[in-house]
Design a protein around this ligand. Sequence first.
Ligand code: NAD
Ligand code: UGA
Length: 482
Amino acid sequence: MKTGNNNEIRRICCIGAGYVGGPTMIVFADNCPHINFYVVDISKEKIDAWNNEDLSKLPVYEPGLDKLVRECRGKNLFFSSEIEKNIAKADMIFISVNTPTKKKGIGAGKASNLIYVEACARQVAKHAKNHTIVVEKSTLPVRTAEVIKKILGETQNSVTINSCKPTFDVLSNPEFLSEGSAVKDLNEPDRVLIGGESKEAIDILSEIYKNWVPEYKILHTNIWSSELAKLTANAFLAQRISSINSISALCEATGANIAEVSRAIGTDNRIGSKFLDSGPGFGGSCFKKDILNLVYLSKHFGLPEVANFWESVVEMNNWHQHRISRLIVQKLFGTISGKKILILGFAFKANTNDTRESAAIQICKDLLEEGAHLVIHDPIVNSNQIAIDLESNSIVNKNKKVIYKSDNYEGNWSYTDDINSEFVNTHAIVILTEWEDYKKIEWSNCSKLMKKPAWIFDSRLIIKPSEVLAADLNLWQIGYGT
Ligand code: NAD
Ligand code: UGA
Protein backbone atom coordinates (compact mmCIF):
# COMPACT_ATOMS: atom_id res chain seq x y z
CA MET A 1 0.00 0.00 0.00
CA LYS A 2 1.38 3.40 -0.94
CA THR A 3 1.80 5.87 1.87
CA GLY A 4 1.57 9.06 -0.17
CA ASN A 5 3.26 12.06 1.42
CA ASN A 6 3.26 10.88 5.00
CA ASN A 7 6.49 9.79 6.59
CA GLU A 8 5.77 6.14 6.94
CA ILE A 9 7.87 3.89 4.73
CA ARG A 10 6.44 0.39 4.51
CA ARG A 11 7.73 -0.83 1.21
CA ILE A 12 11.19 -0.33 -0.32
CA CYS A 13 12.26 -1.42 -3.79
CA CYS A 14 15.95 -1.77 -4.66
CA ILE A 15 16.82 -1.83 -8.36
CA GLY A 16 19.98 -3.94 -8.80
CA ALA A 17 20.62 -7.19 -6.93
CA GLY A 18 24.41 -7.18 -7.19
CA TYR A 19 27.23 -6.94 -4.63
CA VAL A 20 25.71 -3.74 -3.18
CA GLY A 21 21.95 -4.07 -3.73
CA GLY A 22 21.79 -7.65 -2.43
CA PRO A 23 23.77 -7.40 0.85
CA THR A 24 22.51 -3.87 1.60
CA MET A 25 18.84 -4.80 1.42
CA ILE A 26 19.45 -8.06 3.31
CA VAL A 27 20.96 -6.14 6.23
CA PHE A 28 18.22 -3.47 6.02
CA ALA A 29 15.57 -6.23 6.13
CA ASP A 30 17.23 -7.84 9.13
CA ASN A 31 17.26 -4.54 11.02
CA CYS A 32 13.83 -3.28 9.92
CA PRO A 33 11.30 -6.12 10.27
CA HIS A 34 8.45 -3.57 9.95
CA ILE A 35 9.43 -2.71 6.35
CA ASN A 36 9.12 -4.98 3.31
CA PHE A 37 12.06 -5.01 0.91
CA TYR A 38 11.79 -6.00 -2.76
CA VAL A 39 15.08 -6.42 -4.60
CA VAL A 40 14.65 -6.46 -8.39
CA ASP A 41 17.05 -7.04 -11.25
CA ILE A 42 16.96 -7.41 -15.04
CA SER A 43 19.04 -10.57 -14.67
CA LYS A 44 16.57 -13.38 -14.07
CA GLU A 45 19.48 -15.70 -13.44
CA LYS A 46 20.65 -13.52 -10.55
CA ILE A 47 17.17 -13.29 -9.03
CA ASP A 48 16.81 -17.09 -9.30
CA ALA A 49 20.16 -17.49 -7.56
CA TRP A 50 19.07 -15.18 -4.72
CA ASN A 51 15.95 -17.33 -4.38
CA ASN A 52 17.89 -20.61 -4.45
CA GLU A 53 17.00 -22.96 -1.58
CA ASP A 54 20.67 -24.00 -1.50
CA LEU A 55 22.24 -21.02 0.27
CA SER A 56 25.71 -21.93 -0.99
CA LYS A 57 24.48 -20.92 -4.46
CA LEU A 58 23.67 -17.28 -3.64
CA PRO A 59 25.22 -15.00 -6.29
CA VAL A 60 27.30 -13.08 -3.73
CA TYR A 61 29.59 -14.77 -1.21
CA GLU A 62 29.95 -12.79 2.01
CA PRO A 63 30.58 -14.20 5.47
CA GLY A 64 27.29 -14.23 7.45
CA LEU A 65 25.08 -13.37 4.47
CA ASP A 66 23.49 -16.81 4.03
CA LYS A 67 22.27 -16.82 7.64
CA LEU A 68 20.50 -13.47 7.19
CA VAL A 69 18.92 -14.61 3.91
CA ARG A 70 17.58 -17.70 5.67
CA GLU A 71 16.05 -15.52 8.39
CA CYS A 72 14.51 -12.76 6.24
CA ARG A 73 13.74 -14.21 2.80
CA GLY A 74 10.02 -14.75 2.30
CA LYS A 75 9.22 -12.75 5.47
CA ASN A 76 10.10 -9.11 4.74
CA LEU A 77 12.69 -9.69 2.00
CA PHE A 78 11.82 -10.67 -1.56
CA PHE A 79 13.90 -11.08 -4.72
CA SER A 80 11.86 -10.51 -7.86
CA SER A 81 12.06 -9.98 -11.62
CA GLU A 82 8.84 -7.93 -11.57
CA ILE A 83 10.51 -4.55 -11.80
CA GLU A 84 7.60 -2.37 -12.89
CA LYS A 85 5.15 -3.70 -10.33
CA ASN A 86 7.61 -3.26 -7.49
CA ILE A 87 8.52 0.26 -8.56
CA ALA A 88 4.82 1.17 -8.63
CA LYS A 89 4.20 -0.10 -5.12
CA ALA A 90 7.33 1.33 -3.46
CA ASP A 91 7.46 4.28 -1.08
CA MET A 92 11.21 4.51 -1.52
CA ILE A 93 13.43 3.24 -4.35
CA PHE A 94 17.16 2.56 -4.12
CA ILE A 95 19.13 2.62 -7.37
CA SER A 96 22.00 0.12 -6.94
CA VAL A 97 22.87 -0.67 -10.52
CA ASN A 98 26.36 -0.91 -11.96
CA THR A 99 28.17 2.22 -13.17
CA PRO A 100 31.10 0.88 -15.20
CA THR A 101 33.69 2.97 -16.99
CA LYS A 102 32.59 4.03 -20.48
CA LYS A 103 34.20 1.94 -23.21
CA LYS A 104 33.28 4.14 -26.18
CA GLY A 105 32.44 7.73 -27.06
CA ILE A 106 33.07 10.91 -25.07
CA GLY A 107 35.08 10.16 -21.93
CA ALA A 108 35.80 6.57 -23.01
CA GLY A 109 38.15 4.81 -20.58
CA LYS A 110 37.45 7.28 -17.76
CA ALA A 111 33.91 8.63 -17.42
CA SER A 112 31.17 6.54 -15.83
CA ASN A 113 28.68 4.91 -18.12
CA LEU A 114 25.35 6.05 -16.74
CA ILE A 115 23.23 4.06 -19.16
CA TYR A 116 21.89 1.74 -16.44
CA VAL A 117 21.20 4.58 -14.01
CA GLU A 118 19.37 6.52 -16.69
CA ALA A 119 17.33 3.45 -17.63
CA CYS A 120 16.32 3.07 -13.98
CA ALA A 121 15.33 6.72 -13.69
CA ARG A 122 13.15 6.38 -16.79
CA GLN A 123 11.51 3.24 -15.42
CA VAL A 124 10.85 4.92 -12.10
CA ALA A 125 9.46 7.97 -13.88
CA LYS A 126 7.12 5.77 -15.88
CA HIS A 127 5.82 3.45 -13.19
CA ALA A 128 6.05 5.19 -9.81
CA LYS A 129 2.85 6.36 -8.16
CA ASN A 130 2.18 9.10 -5.62
CA HIS A 131 5.21 10.42 -3.74
CA THR A 132 8.39 8.37 -4.02
CA ILE A 133 11.83 8.98 -2.54
CA VAL A 134 14.53 7.93 -5.02
CA VAL A 135 17.90 7.13 -3.40
CA GLU A 136 21.17 6.96 -5.35
CA LYS A 137 23.04 4.02 -3.85
CA SER A 138 25.29 3.48 -6.88
CA THR A 139 28.53 5.46 -6.96
CA LEU A 140 27.91 8.32 -9.35
CA PRO A 141 29.74 11.31 -10.80
CA VAL A 142 29.04 14.62 -9.11
CA ARG A 143 25.79 16.17 -10.31
CA THR A 144 24.20 12.92 -11.50
CA ALA A 145 21.29 13.63 -9.19
CA GLU A 146 20.54 16.54 -11.52
CA VAL A 147 20.09 14.11 -14.44
CA ILE A 148 17.87 11.84 -12.38
CA LYS A 149 15.81 14.79 -11.19
CA LYS A 150 15.40 16.07 -14.76
CA ILE A 151 14.14 12.69 -15.97
CA LEU A 152 11.77 12.37 -13.03
CA GLY A 153 10.75 16.03 -13.41
CA GLU A 154 9.71 15.50 -17.01
CA THR A 155 7.20 12.98 -15.72
CA GLN A 156 5.90 15.34 -13.11
CA ASN A 157 5.30 17.91 -15.84
CA SER A 158 3.64 15.61 -18.37
CA VAL A 159 0.56 13.46 -18.64
CA THR A 160 1.49 10.02 -17.35
CA ILE A 161 0.07 6.56 -17.66
CA ASN A 162 -0.87 6.80 -13.98
CA SER A 163 -4.13 8.26 -12.83
CA CYS A 164 -2.35 10.59 -10.40
CA LYS A 165 0.96 12.28 -11.12
CA PRO A 166 3.85 11.01 -9.07
CA THR A 167 6.17 13.37 -7.19
CA PHE A 168 9.77 12.67 -6.23
CA ASP A 169 12.59 13.54 -3.90
CA VAL A 170 16.10 12.49 -4.90
CA LEU A 171 18.72 11.65 -2.26
CA SER A 172 22.34 10.56 -2.50
CA ASN A 173 23.23 7.81 -0.02
CA PRO A 174 26.51 6.27 -1.22
CA GLU A 175 27.60 2.89 0.07
CA PHE A 176 30.96 2.40 1.81
CA LEU A 177 30.90 -1.37 2.41
CA SER A 178 33.96 -3.44 1.57
CA GLU A 179 33.51 -6.85 0.01
CA GLY A 180 34.43 -9.70 2.31
CA SER A 181 33.19 -7.76 5.33
CA ALA A 182 29.95 -6.38 3.85
CA VAL A 183 27.61 -7.67 6.58
CA LYS A 184 29.75 -6.22 9.35
CA ASP A 185 30.30 -2.94 7.47
CA LEU A 186 26.56 -2.55 6.87
CA ASN A 187 25.67 -3.39 10.46
CA GLU A 188 28.38 -1.20 11.97
CA PRO A 189 29.16 1.55 9.46
CA ASP A 190 31.74 4.23 10.31
CA ARG A 191 29.17 6.68 8.96
CA VAL A 192 26.05 6.87 6.84
CA LEU A 193 26.06 9.74 4.38
CA ILE A 194 22.82 11.28 3.16
CA GLY A 195 22.85 14.19 0.74
CA GLY A 196 19.77 15.94 -0.53
CA GLU A 197 17.72 19.09 -0.81
CA SER A 198 14.56 18.01 0.98
CA LYS A 199 15.02 17.95 4.75
CA GLU A 200 11.87 15.87 5.08
CA ALA A 201 13.19 13.16 2.74
CA ILE A 202 16.60 13.17 4.46
CA ASP A 203 14.88 12.73 7.84
CA ILE A 204 12.76 9.85 6.53
CA LEU A 205 15.83 7.94 5.29
CA SER A 206 17.70 8.77 8.52
CA GLU A 207 14.83 7.30 10.56
CA ILE A 208 15.25 3.99 8.71
CA TYR A 209 19.00 3.88 9.47
CA LYS A 210 18.35 4.83 13.10
CA ASN A 211 16.87 1.36 13.59
CA TRP A 212 20.47 0.15 13.99
CA VAL A 213 22.92 3.02 13.38
CA PRO A 214 23.60 5.57 16.17
CA GLU A 215 22.32 9.00 15.21
CA TYR A 216 25.72 10.70 15.53
CA LYS A 217 27.02 8.52 12.69
CA ILE A 218 24.40 9.75 10.23
CA LEU A 219 25.84 12.68 8.32
CA HIS A 220 23.71 15.09 6.32
CA THR A 221 25.26 17.08 3.45
CA ASN A 222 24.18 18.73 0.27
CA ILE A 223 23.69 16.31 -2.58
CA TRP A 224 26.87 17.24 -4.51
CA SER A 225 29.10 16.87 -1.44
CA SER A 226 27.65 13.43 -0.86
CA GLU A 227 28.34 12.30 -4.44
CA LEU A 228 31.87 13.75 -4.40
CA ALA A 229 32.66 12.38 -0.92
CA LYS A 230 32.11 8.82 -2.15
CA LEU A 231 34.53 9.20 -5.06
CA THR A 232 37.02 10.97 -2.79
CA ALA A 233 36.89 8.25 -0.11
CA ASN A 234 37.75 5.57 -2.67
CA ALA A 235 40.45 7.72 -4.24
CA PHE A 236 42.10 8.31 -0.83
CA LEU A 237 42.00 4.60 0.05
CA ALA A 238 43.46 3.58 -3.33
CA GLN A 239 46.09 6.30 -3.03
CA ARG A 240 47.31 4.78 0.24
CA ILE A 241 47.74 1.40 -1.44
CA SER A 242 49.66 2.87 -4.38
CA SER A 243 51.79 4.81 -1.91
CA ILE A 244 52.71 1.76 0.15
CA ASN A 245 53.24 -0.39 -2.95
CA SER A 246 55.61 2.21 -4.40
CA ILE A 247 57.60 2.07 -1.16
CA SER A 248 57.64 -1.76 -1.29
CA ALA A 249 59.66 -1.55 -4.52
CA LEU A 250 62.07 0.81 -2.80
CA CYS A 251 62.33 -1.56 0.17
CA GLU A 252 63.34 -4.41 -2.12
CA ALA A 253 66.00 -2.20 -3.70
CA THR A 254 67.43 -0.89 -0.44
CA GLY A 255 67.21 -3.76 2.04
CA ALA A 256 64.37 -2.22 4.04
CA ASN A 257 61.29 -4.26 5.01
CA ILE A 258 57.82 -2.99 4.06
CA ALA A 259 56.10 -4.58 7.09
CA GLU A 260 58.49 -2.70 9.38
CA VAL A 261 58.09 0.54 7.44
CA SER A 262 54.26 0.19 7.53
CA ARG A 263 54.31 -0.40 11.26
CA ALA A 264 56.66 2.50 11.83
CA ILE A 265 54.55 5.00 9.90
CA GLY A 266 51.16 3.53 10.92
CA THR A 267 51.79 4.16 14.61
CA ASP A 268 51.73 7.88 13.85
CA ASN A 269 48.12 8.76 14.74
CA ARG A 270 47.95 11.22 11.89
CA ILE A 271 48.72 8.46 9.37
CA GLY A 272 46.96 5.53 11.07
CA SER A 273 47.64 1.84 10.57
CA LYS A 274 44.83 0.81 8.21
CA PHE A 275 45.26 0.30 4.47
CA LEU A 276 49.03 0.05 4.69
CA ASP A 277 49.38 -3.60 3.61
CA SER A 278 51.48 -3.86 0.51
CA GLY A 279 50.09 -6.41 -1.94
CA PRO A 280 49.85 -7.23 -5.65
CA GLY A 281 48.03 -3.96 -6.38
CA PHE A 282 44.47 -2.96 -5.63
CA GLY A 283 41.65 -4.70 -7.43
CA GLY A 284 37.88 -4.65 -7.05
CA SER A 285 35.24 -3.14 -9.24
CA CYS A 286 35.44 0.37 -7.86
CA PHE A 287 38.84 1.86 -7.01
CA LYS A 288 40.10 2.16 -10.58
CA LYS A 289 36.69 3.07 -11.98
CA ASP A 290 36.04 5.74 -9.35
CA ILE A 291 39.50 7.34 -9.63
CA LEU A 292 39.23 7.46 -13.42
CA ASN A 293 35.86 9.09 -12.97
CA LEU A 294 37.48 11.69 -10.71
CA VAL A 295 40.17 12.20 -13.36
CA TYR A 296 37.50 12.75 -16.01
CA LEU A 297 35.57 15.19 -13.83
CA SER A 298 38.73 17.15 -13.00
CA LYS A 299 39.58 17.49 -16.69
CA HIS A 300 36.00 18.40 -17.49
CA PHE A 301 36.10 21.20 -14.93
CA GLY A 302 39.42 22.51 -16.33
CA LEU A 303 41.72 21.13 -13.63
CA PRO A 304 44.37 19.09 -15.50
CA GLU A 305 46.85 19.12 -12.57
CA VAL A 306 44.23 17.58 -10.28
CA ALA A 307 43.46 14.99 -12.96
CA ASN A 308 47.14 14.09 -13.40
CA PHE A 309 47.64 13.73 -9.64
CA TRP A 310 44.86 11.14 -9.32
CA GLU A 311 45.65 9.36 -12.57
CA SER A 312 49.14 8.60 -11.23
CA VAL A 313 47.53 6.46 -8.50
CA VAL A 314 46.12 4.12 -11.18
CA GLU A 315 49.36 4.23 -13.20
CA MET A 316 51.36 3.17 -10.13
CA ASN A 317 48.95 0.26 -9.58
CA ASN A 318 49.34 -0.93 -13.20
CA TRP A 319 53.12 -0.63 -13.03
CA HIS A 320 53.23 -2.51 -9.74
CA GLN A 321 51.29 -5.50 -11.13
CA HIS A 322 53.60 -5.76 -14.16
CA ARG A 323 56.59 -5.39 -11.82
CA ILE A 324 55.54 -8.56 -10.00
CA SER A 325 55.12 -10.55 -13.24
CA ARG A 326 58.52 -9.36 -14.54
CA LEU A 327 60.18 -10.27 -11.29
CA ILE A 328 58.76 -13.83 -11.41
CA VAL A 329 60.15 -14.31 -14.92
CA GLN A 330 63.55 -12.93 -13.89
CA LYS A 331 63.85 -15.21 -10.83
CA LEU A 332 62.98 -18.24 -12.98
CA PHE A 333 66.09 -17.65 -15.14
CA GLY A 334 64.43 -15.25 -17.56
CA THR A 335 62.09 -17.79 -19.11
CA ILE A 336 58.90 -19.47 -17.93
CA SER A 337 57.88 -20.99 -21.25
CA GLY A 338 56.30 -24.39 -20.55
CA LYS A 339 57.04 -24.12 -16.81
CA LYS A 340 54.33 -25.14 -14.37
CA ILE A 341 53.43 -22.33 -11.95
CA LEU A 342 50.80 -22.74 -9.23
CA ILE A 343 48.70 -19.60 -8.70
CA LEU A 344 47.09 -19.39 -5.27
CA GLY A 345 44.08 -17.08 -5.20
CA PHE A 346 42.15 -15.35 -7.97
CA ALA A 347 39.62 -13.20 -6.05
CA PHE A 348 40.67 -9.54 -5.68
CA LYS A 349 40.82 -10.04 -1.90
CA ALA A 350 39.97 -12.82 0.55
CA ASN A 351 36.40 -13.70 1.60
CA THR A 352 34.74 -12.71 -1.66
CA ASN A 353 33.94 -14.49 -4.92
CA ASP A 354 34.46 -11.24 -6.82
CA THR A 355 37.30 -11.13 -9.36
CA ARG A 356 36.59 -7.76 -10.94
CA GLU A 357 39.90 -5.94 -11.62
CA SER A 358 41.70 -8.55 -9.50
CA ALA A 359 45.50 -8.21 -9.67
CA ALA A 360 45.49 -11.94 -10.45
CA ILE A 361 43.99 -11.23 -13.88
CA GLN A 362 46.84 -8.99 -15.07
CA ILE A 363 49.58 -11.06 -13.44
CA CYS A 364 48.23 -14.33 -14.90
CA LYS A 365 47.87 -12.73 -18.36
CA ASP A 366 51.49 -11.54 -18.18
CA LEU A 367 52.71 -15.03 -17.22
CA LEU A 368 50.59 -16.67 -19.92
CA GLU A 369 52.05 -14.28 -22.50
CA GLU A 370 55.48 -15.57 -21.48
CA GLY A 371 54.27 -19.12 -22.23
CA ALA A 372 53.82 -20.51 -18.71
CA HIS A 373 51.48 -23.38 -17.81
CA LEU A 374 49.49 -22.03 -14.85
CA VAL A 375 47.52 -24.15 -12.44
CA ILE A 376 45.04 -21.82 -10.75
CA HIS A 377 43.36 -22.37 -7.40
CA ASP A 378 40.83 -20.31 -5.48
CA PRO A 379 38.62 -21.61 -2.66
CA ILE A 380 35.52 -19.81 -4.01
CA VAL A 381 36.07 -18.51 -7.55
CA ASN A 382 35.22 -21.18 -10.14
CA SER A 383 36.90 -22.05 -13.43
CA ASN A 384 34.11 -20.50 -15.55
CA GLN A 385 34.72 -17.09 -14.02
CA ILE A 386 38.49 -17.40 -14.46
CA ALA A 387 37.99 -18.41 -18.11
CA ILE A 388 35.93 -15.23 -18.65
CA ASP A 389 38.56 -13.08 -16.95
CA LEU A 390 41.45 -14.64 -18.86
CA GLU A 391 39.43 -14.59 -22.10
CA SER A 392 40.12 -18.26 -22.75
CA ASN A 393 38.32 -21.34 -24.01
CA SER A 394 38.51 -24.85 -22.65
CA ILE A 395 39.91 -27.79 -24.55
CA VAL A 396 40.33 -31.39 -23.39
CA ASN A 397 43.90 -32.64 -23.91
CA LYS A 398 45.06 -36.17 -24.61
CA ASN A 399 45.21 -36.98 -20.88
CA LYS A 400 41.53 -36.03 -20.65
CA LYS A 401 42.44 -32.97 -18.61
CA VAL A 402 40.62 -29.66 -19.18
CA ILE A 403 43.11 -27.05 -20.38
CA TYR A 404 42.26 -23.40 -21.09
CA LYS A 405 43.83 -21.41 -23.90
CA SER A 406 43.43 -18.20 -25.83
CA ASP A 407 44.84 -16.84 -29.10
CA ASN A 408 46.04 -13.86 -27.10
CA TYR A 409 48.83 -15.76 -25.36
CA GLU A 410 51.25 -18.61 -25.80
CA GLY A 411 50.77 -20.38 -22.47
CA ASN A 412 47.80 -22.25 -21.08
CA TRP A 413 46.20 -22.92 -17.73
CA SER A 414 44.17 -25.45 -15.82
CA TYR A 415 42.05 -25.21 -12.69
CA THR A 416 42.45 -27.18 -9.50
CA ASP A 417 40.37 -27.46 -6.35
CA ASP A 418 43.07 -29.48 -4.59
CA ILE A 419 46.40 -27.70 -4.30
CA ASN A 420 48.08 -30.66 -2.58
CA SER A 421 47.80 -32.68 -5.77
CA GLU A 422 49.54 -29.97 -7.82
CA PHE A 423 52.96 -29.50 -6.19
CA VAL A 424 54.60 -32.16 -8.36
CA ASN A 425 57.01 -30.62 -10.91
CA THR A 426 55.91 -27.09 -10.05
CA HIS A 427 58.65 -24.51 -10.57
CA ALA A 428 56.99 -21.76 -8.57
CA ILE A 429 54.02 -20.98 -6.33
CA VAL A 430 52.60 -17.46 -6.50
CA ILE A 431 50.28 -16.30 -3.69
CA LEU A 432 47.96 -13.57 -4.98
CA THR A 433 45.00 -13.63 -2.55
CA GLU A 434 45.35 -13.76 1.22
CA TRP A 435 43.02 -16.74 1.84
CA GLU A 436 43.47 -18.36 5.28
CA ASP A 437 44.02 -21.81 3.68
CA TYR A 438 47.30 -20.66 2.15
CA LYS A 439 48.74 -19.83 5.57
CA LYS A 440 48.51 -23.51 6.50
CA ILE A 441 50.56 -25.02 3.67
CA GLU A 442 53.20 -27.52 4.88
CA TRP A 443 56.19 -26.17 2.98
CA SER A 444 58.42 -29.12 3.83
CA ASN A 445 55.94 -31.52 2.16
CA CYS A 446 55.48 -29.34 -0.85
CA SER A 447 59.23 -28.80 -1.31
CA LYS A 448 59.82 -32.55 -1.77
CA LEU A 449 57.57 -32.53 -4.84
CA MET A 450 58.54 -29.26 -6.52
CA LYS A 451 61.03 -28.85 -9.35
CA LYS A 452 64.28 -27.42 -7.96
CA PRO A 453 65.41 -24.74 -7.66
CA ALA A 454 61.83 -23.89 -6.68
CA TRP A 455 60.44 -20.46 -5.79
CA ILE A 456 57.63 -19.21 -3.56
CA PHE A 457 56.35 -15.70 -4.42
CA ASP A 458 54.29 -14.26 -1.60
CA SER A 459 52.63 -11.03 -2.77
CA ARG A 460 50.47 -10.81 0.38
CA LEU A 461 53.07 -11.28 3.13
CA ILE A 462 51.08 -14.16 4.67
CA ILE A 463 53.68 -16.89 5.06
CA LYS A 464 56.45 -17.36 7.61
CA PRO A 465 59.82 -16.98 5.84
CA SER A 466 61.60 -19.30 8.31
CA GLU A 467 59.34 -22.26 7.35
CA VAL A 468 59.83 -21.76 3.62
CA LEU A 469 63.58 -21.26 3.83
CA ALA A 470 63.97 -24.27 6.14
CA ALA A 471 62.19 -26.34 3.47
CA ASP A 472 64.96 -25.54 0.97
CA LEU A 473 62.77 -23.27 -1.11
CA ASN A 474 63.64 -19.83 -2.50
CA LEU A 475 61.39 -17.06 -1.25
CA TRP A 476 60.39 -13.64 -2.56
CA GLN A 477 58.05 -11.58 -0.42
CA ILE A 478 56.64 -8.21 -1.40
CA GLY A 479 58.71 -5.33 -0.06
CA TYR A 480 61.20 -7.58 1.65
CA GLY A 481 64.66 -6.27 0.89
CA THR A 482 67.71 -8.45 1.41
P1 NAD B 1 26.83 -5.37 -9.75
O1 NAD B 1 27.23 -5.41 -11.17
O2 NAD B 1 27.24 -6.47 -8.82
O3 NAD B 1 25.23 -5.25 -9.65
C1 NAD B 1 24.47 -4.35 -10.41
C2 NAD B 1 23.18 -5.05 -10.80
O4 NAD B 1 22.31 -4.10 -11.42
C3 NAD B 1 23.35 -6.19 -11.82
O5 NAD B 1 22.87 -7.39 -11.26
C4 NAD B 1 22.54 -5.74 -13.05
O6 NAD B 1 21.89 -6.81 -13.70
C5 NAD B 1 21.53 -4.80 -12.40
N1 NAD B 1 20.92 -3.82 -13.33
C6 NAD B 1 21.54 -3.02 -14.23
N2 NAD B 1 20.63 -2.25 -14.85
C7 NAD B 1 19.41 -2.57 -14.36
C8 NAD B 1 18.09 -2.11 -14.61
N3 NAD B 1 17.84 -1.13 -15.49
N4 NAD B 1 17.08 -2.68 -13.91
C9 NAD B 1 17.31 -3.66 -13.02
N5 NAD B 1 18.55 -4.12 -12.74
C10 NAD B 1 19.59 -3.58 -13.39
O7 NAD B 1 27.36 -3.97 -9.20
P2 NAD B 1 27.71 -3.63 -7.67
O8 NAD B 1 29.08 -4.10 -7.34
O9 NAD B 1 26.57 -4.02 -6.81
O10 NAD B 1 27.80 -2.03 -7.75
C11 NAD B 1 26.65 -1.24 -7.89
C12 NAD B 1 27.02 0.21 -7.61
O11 NAD B 1 27.46 0.33 -6.25
C13 NAD B 1 28.16 0.74 -8.46
O12 NAD B 1 27.91 2.09 -8.74
C14 NAD B 1 29.37 0.63 -7.56
O13 NAD B 1 30.36 1.59 -7.88
C15 NAD B 1 28.77 0.90 -6.20
N6 NAD B 1 29.49 0.30 -5.06
C16 NAD B 1 29.96 -0.98 -5.14
C17 NAD B 1 30.59 -1.55 -4.03
C18 NAD B 1 31.10 -2.97 -4.06
O14 NAD B 1 31.71 -3.38 -3.08
N7 NAD B 1 30.87 -3.75 -5.11
C19 NAD B 1 30.68 -0.82 -2.84
C20 NAD B 1 30.18 0.48 -2.81
C21 NAD B 1 29.57 1.02 -3.92
C1 UGA C 1 36.48 -0.53 -1.37
C2 UGA C 1 36.36 0.44 -0.19
O1 UGA C 1 37.16 -0.05 0.88
C3 UGA C 1 34.90 0.54 0.26
O2 UGA C 1 34.79 1.51 1.29
C4 UGA C 1 34.04 0.97 -0.94
O3 UGA C 1 32.67 1.00 -0.56
C5 UGA C 1 34.21 -0.02 -2.07
O4 UGA C 1 35.63 -0.10 -2.43
C6 UGA C 1 33.50 0.38 -3.32
O5 UGA C 1 33.14 1.52 -3.49
O6 UGA C 1 33.39 -0.52 -4.14
P1 UGA C 1 36.54 -3.15 -1.68
O7 UGA C 1 37.03 -2.82 -3.03
O8 UGA C 1 35.41 -4.09 -1.55
O9 UGA C 1 36.10 -1.81 -0.92
O10 UGA C 1 37.72 -3.76 -0.81
P2 UGA C 1 39.01 -3.11 -0.08
O11 UGA C 1 39.18 -3.76 1.22
O12 UGA C 1 38.98 -1.65 -0.10
O13 UGA C 1 40.20 -3.63 -1.01
C7 UGA C 1 40.39 -3.12 -2.31
C8 UGA C 1 41.70 -3.65 -2.85
O14 UGA C 1 42.80 -3.09 -2.16
C9 UGA C 1 41.86 -5.17 -2.73
O15 UGA C 1 42.47 -5.68 -3.88
C10 UGA C 1 42.75 -5.33 -1.52
O16 UGA C 1 43.49 -6.52 -1.52
C11 UGA C 1 43.66 -4.12 -1.67
N1 UGA C 1 44.26 -3.67 -0.39
C12 UGA C 1 43.48 -3.23 0.62
C13 UGA C 1 45.65 -3.69 -0.26
O17 UGA C 1 46.39 -4.10 -1.19
N2 UGA C 1 46.19 -3.26 0.92
C14 UGA C 1 45.45 -2.80 1.95
O18 UGA C 1 46.04 -2.41 2.99
C15 UGA C 1 44.06 -2.79 1.80
